[in-house]
Design a protein around this ligand. Sequence first.
Ligand SMILES: [Ca+2]
Ligand SMILES: [Ca+2]
Length: 402
Amino acid sequence: MRVLSLPCALLLALIPACGGGGGSGDDTGGGDGGVPDAVPGCQPVSGTPTLGLQEVASGFDMPVFVTSPPSDPRLFVLEKTGAIKIISGGQVLAEPFLTVDVSNVSSLDDERGLLGLAFHPQYAQNHKFYVYYTDNNGDEVVDQYLADASDPDRADPTSAQQVFFLDDFAGNHNGGTLAFGPDGYLYFGIGDGGGANDPMAYGQNTGVAFAKLLRVDVSSLPYTIPADNPFVGQAGLDETWSYGLRNPWRWSFDRATGDLYIGDVGQGLWEEIDVVAAGAAAGLNFGWSVMEGTHCFNPGSGCDTSAKVQPVYEYDHGQGSAVIGGYVYRGCRMPGWQGTYFFADYGGHWVRSFTWDGSAAVGVQEHDGLRGGDIVSFGQDAAGELYVVRQDSGQIMQIVPQ
Ligand SMILES: [Ca+2]
Ligand SMILES: [Ca+2]
């Protein structure tokens, strides 16, 4: 059994209120990006309770993500239209943490805009964070920023440093997630560039940044390439960690095990979840556009399936339209759900879960209490509790015992 549990005792070291009573929302400040507020109390519920949703905040303009710095009770919400807003002590702060200029984004279906945010693992000390967005030309950008040294609720807009840029040719399939791996390197995922049916044949092209999960070392800028990236010293883009992804919109590392869960959005027929064990070989090929899910795509039959990672779970478009990768639950409120991976479908409006036993997805189930809205993303707070982001209604909902 490789499902580990993260006991409340461990979380207590990180989050003072874990296992304790209700948080007071007392804002004791502190300019180090530390813990300015108490988190809501973690009161574990036994068993595997039926899950429901509790609104945390609403009124956001096309929210697409929510996350927290390590050991920090605040929630940071990304609006696709460019603002990062803070929920602190249950209130949405009036002034955004940061506003990125992505002013050309205007519709729910637009895959462009402010898409991802990752805090540096040592954010409390170095104040560094990273945003992933498409600029007003539709090109992919990763920038590093610093939080304001004197106000933890504000970023310093003058601190922007470009980490990465990719000239893109179409408005869709822009990836959108970036995250630090258990190895301390920054990973970000980029789609095949867009259009439909992989028109540039980038899916299996190891020489371009499209259709990849990239891995770089941002200890200093410009970034450097980790020596054990799979194409270092041979043909292929050195930033590549893995390839053959169509549009890895949302993916995550299991914070307890380091296993990687990718929701790769399909073309017209199949949506898929891929899981990679921590420590697995680098340079994995997830199959696009030779394959869509476990099926041949191009060619439509008799394709070469060798050396391609098969998804652990797929479903057809009778059940939805775009997979939304989520997180393995590692919170302390619902110990019975520890180790369970939650994911959704944007057009299907449902949330499902499974556990990965090291080779297969087991115990797949749908959660009626989590249904509803255009679920565009999940989020995870510092304590490991999970959230659902509803883009259409502008809501951030927490997954709670019903
Ligand atoms: Ca694109
Ligand atoms: Ca695939």
